[in-house]
Write a protein that binds this ligand. Structure first.
Ligand code: SF4
Length: 466
């Protein structure tokens, strides 16, 4: 077992037994579910909306080359500088280069999972720059020196008390359990950071090919300030995010808000098309877009799993996943957790190192059913398992399946083994683990029901005799 898999197992075992942690997650997601269902009911036909979104994303991804070119030529025509980054390292170098060239010292960021993916904050800090997250949840986890817990709710694992203690310790504020007071404490700190920042860095929800614009949807107004106040704006986006037409937003914005947070629409929806024009009073003087590949084109080349690129990062699959709800986001050890993380992380970081995530699923299909763009998530998890074992077959599994095939193909032998199994099963403590490692045996967390005393055939035979 590799280190990542061992860490995952150790954390999962610990957190599934941590009732406080589980209660926090259940409470947070319980409220989300009620709101989401209420908002879904407001759609004329939620299933048709999902189907339409899946088809638009299919078109966008299957003609990605054309849509990206359109997006780039149109946004460049308005004075934006577009950079292409094949790898995470290239993206970091490009951004550090822009920050250096602009003689910046401080960077304010709005939420961007792509920046988590390339470990941008660490790289910028190592290069000597101050980086401040402006999304409230991200600001909190940054103060805790933690990664976001969830792609939409980064601090969902914390209580008001935890946040109050953190602010008292890190910001010197008076303790309070009042959410408005806690928000005001963060707001006061962040306002000054905005004023001091030389560079604003954002992600993007939907780049639009037709107009060469970037759509950013948010609830706090922090992305707007990040884009409007500093002299230089950088937008880091995955190449798969592009949508063909502006009118597609009419479907995708409510769909994302409903699936992501159970809102009809998020509070702020903005479109950015380039640097400040001569007749405009605010906005950046320089506007850079960094288009990140980082293994996305490899996934694009995989016809079977290409639709994983349809993801709009709403987080809904995490919210319904029984594994995520028990082990939480940090256990995954990846930027993208939950079902979508388990599908794409092996592509982004290596199949053999991360294949264990594809097994951390009950294959119940809840994520597939909830995904607003209809990604067949549980099927992709099975494909990852298959690909991993094809790439590096396990000798034990090979031996086990060959033996099984040899037995079931010979009725006489099968009959004998069944009988032997009833006796041998009594030795089942053997499968509980070794003496050296008794805690991790197969039956530690699973039942091993006894083999029935009679097979159906035997039962039928007896019954007829009587
Ligand atoms: S896979 Fe679907 S449900 Fe999960 S985050 Fe992406 S769009 Fe949302």
């Amino acid at each position: 077992m590799n280190t990542f898999a061992a860490q995952f197992r150790e954390q999962s075992l610990r957190l599934t037994r941590d009732l406080r942690h589980r209660l926090l997650i259940q409470n947070a997601l319980g409220k989300y579910e009620t709101q989401r269902d209420h908002r879904k009911a407001a759609f004329q036909d939620w299933q048709s909306a999902r189907q339409a979104a899946a088809e638009i994303k299919w078109e966008a991804i299957n003609h990605l080359d054309v849509h990206l070119q359109d997006f780039v030529s149109r946004i460049e025509a308005r004075g934006t500088v577009v950079h292409w980054a094949s790898t995470a390292a290239q993206a970091r170098d490009i951004i550090i280069g822009i920050v250096r060239d602009s003689k910046a010292r401080s960077i304010i960021k709005s939420k961007a999972m792509t920046s988590e993916e390339i470990h941008l904050n660490e790289a910028l800090e190592e290069a000597g720059f101050e980086v401040v997250e402006s999304d409230l949840g991200e600001f909190i986890v940054q103060l805790r020196k933690e990664a976001p817990y969830h792609i939409v709710f980064p601090a969902m694992h914390l209580t008001r008390g935890d946040i109050s203690e953190l602010f008292t310790r890190e910001l010197g504020s008076a303790p309070t359990q009042n959410p408005e007071d806690l928000t005001m404490i963060a707001r006061r700190v962040l306002r000054q950071k905005y004023i001091n920042a030389d560079v604003g860095l954002t992600g993007a929800n939907f780049p639009i090919a037709e107009t060469g614009m970037i759509s950013i949807t948010e609830n706090e107004g922090n992305a707007r300030l990040t884009a409007a106040l500093p002299k230089v704006m950088i937008s880091l986006l995955g190449i798969e995010k592009v949508l063909p037409r502006l009118e597609d937003l009419a479907l995708f914005l409510p769909l994302l808000a409903t699936a992501g947070t159970g809102q009809p629409l998020t509070c702020y929806n903005s479109l950015y098309g380039g640097p400040r024009r001569a007749d405009e009073s605010d906005g950046p003087e320089e506007f850079h877009v960094v288009l990140l590949d980082n293994h996305r084109t490899e996934l694009l080349a995989d016809a079977e799993q290409r639709d994983a690129l349809h993801c709009i990062r709403c987080g809904a699959c995490l919210n319904v996943c029984p594994i995520f709800r028990n082990v939480g986001g940090h256990t995954y050890g990846t930027t993208y957790s939950g079902p979508i993380g388990s599908v794409i992380t092996p592509h982004l970081r290596g199949l053999q190192d991360w294949k264990h995530l594809s097994y951390s699923s009950s294959l119940c299909g809840a994520s597939t059913e909830t995904c607003p763009v209809k990604i067949n998530l549980h099927h992709h998890l099975l494909q990852n398992r298959r690909n991993a074992s094809r790439q590096k077959p396990s000798r034990i599994e090979k031996f086990a399946f060959r033996t099984y095939a040899a037995i079931v193909n010979r009725p006489g032998l099968y009959h004998l083994v069944k009988k032997a199994g009833r006796v041998l099963q009594k030795l089942h403590p053997l499968v509980r683990g070794t003496r050296a490692d008794p805690a991790y045996g197969w039956t530690k967390t699973r039942d091993l029901p006894p083999i029935a005393r009679q097979t159906f055939k035997e039962y039928w035979k007896d019954r007829n005799i009587k």
